[in-house]
Design a protein around this ligand. Structure first.
Ligand code: DQA
Length: 144
Protein backbone atom coordinates (compact mmCIF):
# COMPACT_ATOMS: atom_id res chain seq x y z
CA UNK A 1 0.00 0.00 0.00
CA UNK A 2 1.34 3.45 -0.94
CA UNK A 3 2.22 6.00 1.75
CA UNK A 4 1.18 9.57 1.10
CA UNK A 5 1.83 12.63 3.28
CA UNK A 6 -0.79 15.39 3.15
CA UNK A 7 0.92 18.60 4.26
CA UNK A 8 -0.92 21.84 5.01
CA UNK A 9 0.55 25.25 5.57
CA UNK A 10 -0.36 28.44 7.41
CA UNK A 11 -3.94 29.36 8.32
CA UNK A 12 -5.36 26.08 7.06
CA UNK A 13 -6.01 25.17 10.71
CA UNK A 14 -8.61 27.98 10.50
CA UNK A 15 -10.60 26.31 7.72
CA UNK A 16 -14.32 26.37 8.44
CA UNK A 17 -13.89 29.65 10.30
CA UNK A 18 -11.71 31.79 8.02
CA UNK A 19 -13.08 33.67 4.98
CA UNK A 20 -15.92 31.19 4.50
CA UNK A 21 -16.97 32.80 1.22
CA UNK A 22 -13.59 31.79 -0.25
CA UNK A 23 -12.66 28.62 1.64
CA UNK A 24 -16.05 27.18 2.64
CA UNK A 25 -17.24 25.81 5.95
CA UNK A 26 -15.45 22.45 6.16
CA UNK A 27 -12.68 22.19 8.76
CA UNK A 28 -9.27 20.67 8.03
CA UNK A 29 -10.10 17.96 10.56
CA UNK A 30 -13.20 17.02 8.55
CA UNK A 31 -11.22 17.08 5.30
CA UNK A 32 -8.79 14.65 6.96
CA UNK A 33 -11.56 12.34 8.21
CA UNK A 34 -13.34 12.28 4.84
CA UNK A 35 -10.09 11.62 2.98
CA UNK A 36 -9.04 8.84 5.34
CA UNK A 37 -12.48 7.26 4.99
CA UNK A 38 -12.45 7.47 1.20
CA UNK A 39 -8.98 6.00 0.80
CA UNK A 40 -8.81 3.63 3.80
CA UNK A 41 -8.53 0.57 1.54
CA UNK A 42 -6.16 2.02 -1.05
CA UNK A 43 -3.35 4.01 0.60
CA UNK A 44 -1.95 5.20 3.93
CA UNK A 45 -2.42 8.92 4.46
CA UNK A 46 -0.55 10.92 7.09
CA UNK A 47 -1.72 14.46 7.80
CA UNK A 48 0.31 17.49 8.89
CA UNK A 49 -0.38 21.18 9.41
CA UNK A 50 1.93 23.97 10.49
CA UNK A 51 1.81 27.74 10.45
CA UNK A 52 5.62 27.99 10.37
CA UNK A 53 7.78 27.79 7.26
CA UNK A 54 10.76 26.15 9.01
CA UNK A 55 8.52 23.53 10.59
CA UNK A 56 6.98 22.77 7.20
CA UNK A 57 10.50 22.31 5.79
CA UNK A 58 11.26 19.88 8.64
CA UNK A 59 8.00 17.97 8.14
CA UNK A 60 8.82 17.62 4.42
CA UNK A 61 12.41 16.52 5.15
CA UNK A 62 11.12 13.88 7.57
CA UNK A 63 9.23 12.25 4.69
CA UNK A 64 12.54 11.33 3.00
CA UNK A 65 12.56 7.58 2.35
CA UNK A 66 9.19 7.16 4.09
CA UNK A 67 6.55 8.19 1.57
CA UNK A 68 5.77 7.46 -2.06
CA UNK A 69 4.28 10.87 -2.70
CA UNK A 70 3.20 14.17 -1.13
CA UNK A 71 0.07 16.30 -1.38
CA UNK A 72 0.77 19.88 -0.34
CA UNK A 73 -1.35 22.94 0.24
CA UNK A 74 1.38 25.33 1.30
CA UNK A 75 -1.13 28.18 1.79
CA UNK A 76 0.48 31.59 1.43
CA UNK A 77 3.98 30.04 1.38
CA UNK A 78 3.06 28.69 -2.07
CA UNK A 79 3.68 32.17 -3.40
CA UNK A 80 6.92 32.94 -1.59
CA UNK A 81 8.83 29.92 -0.32
CA UNK A 82 11.96 28.75 -2.06
CA UNK A 83 12.75 26.72 1.11
CA UNK A 84 9.60 24.61 0.76
CA UNK A 85 10.32 24.09 -2.95
CA UNK A 86 13.87 22.95 -2.12
CA UNK A 87 12.66 20.60 0.64
CA UNK A 88 10.18 18.97 -1.76
CA UNK A 89 12.93 18.52 -4.35
CA UNK A 90 15.23 17.03 -1.69
CA UNK A 91 12.66 14.38 -0.77
CA UNK A 92 12.46 13.53 -4.49
CA UNK A 93 9.01 11.94 -4.66
CA UNK A 94 6.14 13.15 -6.85
CA UNK A 95 4.03 15.85 -5.25
CA UNK A 96 0.68 17.44 -6.04
CA UNK A 97 -0.02 21.09 -5.21
CA UNK A 98 -3.56 21.71 -3.96
CA UNK A 99 -5.53 24.89 -3.29
CA UNK A 100 -9.12 25.09 -2.15
CA UNK A 101 -9.66 28.33 -4.03
CA UNK A 102 -8.93 29.10 -7.67
CA UNK A 103 -5.73 31.08 -7.08
CA UNK A 104 -5.82 32.33 -10.71
CA UNK A 105 -9.17 34.04 -10.15
CA UNK A 106 -7.78 35.98 -7.18
CA UNK A 107 -5.17 38.67 -6.49
CA UNK A 108 -2.22 38.69 -8.87
CA UNK A 109 0.29 37.82 -6.14
CA UNK A 110 -1.48 34.45 -5.79
CA UNK A 111 -0.96 33.59 -9.47
CA UNK A 112 2.68 32.77 -8.87
CA UNK A 113 3.74 29.50 -7.25
CA UNK A 114 7.28 28.53 -6.28
CA UNK A 115 6.21 24.87 -6.44
CA UNK A 116 4.02 24.41 -9.52
CA UNK A 117 6.70 23.87 -12.17
CA UNK A 118 8.10 20.95 -10.14
CA UNK A 119 4.71 19.47 -9.21
CA UNK A 120 3.35 16.31 -10.83
CA UNK A 121 0.07 18.21 -10.95
CA UNK A 122 -1.75 21.23 -9.58
CA UNK A 123 -5.40 21.26 -8.48
CA UNK A 124 -7.20 24.43 -7.47
CA UNK A 125 -10.70 25.79 -7.18
CA UNK A 126 -12.56 22.63 -6.16
CA UNK A 127 -12.63 23.21 -2.41
CA UNK A 128 -12.08 20.13 -0.20
CA UNK A 129 -12.76 17.84 -3.18
CA UNK A 130 -9.38 18.96 -4.54
CA UNK A 131 -7.62 16.87 -1.88
CA UNK A 132 -9.49 13.77 -3.04
CA UNK A 133 -8.62 14.51 -6.67
CA UNK A 134 -4.99 14.99 -5.68
CA UNK A 135 -4.80 11.59 -3.94
CA UNK A 136 -6.47 9.92 -6.94
CA UNK A 137 -4.07 11.61 -9.35
CA UNK A 138 -1.04 10.76 -7.25
CA UNK A 139 -2.07 7.10 -6.93
CA UNK A 140 -2.47 6.95 -10.69
CA UNK A 141 1.04 8.33 -11.23
CA UNK A 142 2.50 6.01 -8.59
CA UNK A 143 0.92 2.92 -10.12
CA UNK A 144 2.01 3.75 -13.70
C1 DQA B 1 -4.77 28.62 -0.50
C2 DQA B 1 -4.56 29.83 -1.42
C3 DQA B 1 -3.44 30.73 -0.89
O1 DQA B 1 -3.26 31.83 -1.76
C4 DQA B 1 -3.80 31.25 0.48
O2 DQA B 1 -2.74 32.02 1.00
C5 DQA B 1 -4.18 30.16 1.44
C6 DQA B 1 -5.01 29.07 0.94
C7 DQA B 1 -5.98 27.77 -0.92
O3 DQA B 1 -6.10 26.63 -0.46
O4 DQA B 1 -6.82 28.24 -1.70
O5 DQA B 1 -3.90 30.22 2.63
O6 DQA B 1 -3.63 27.80 -0.56
Amino acid sequence: MKNIAVINGPNLNMLGRREKDIYGTVSLENIRKDLEGTFSGSCRLTFFQSNREGELVEIIQEQYGKVDGIIINAGAYTHTSVAIRDALLAVAVPFVEVHLSNIYAREEFRHRSTLADKAAGVICGFGPAGYEMAVQGLLKILSA
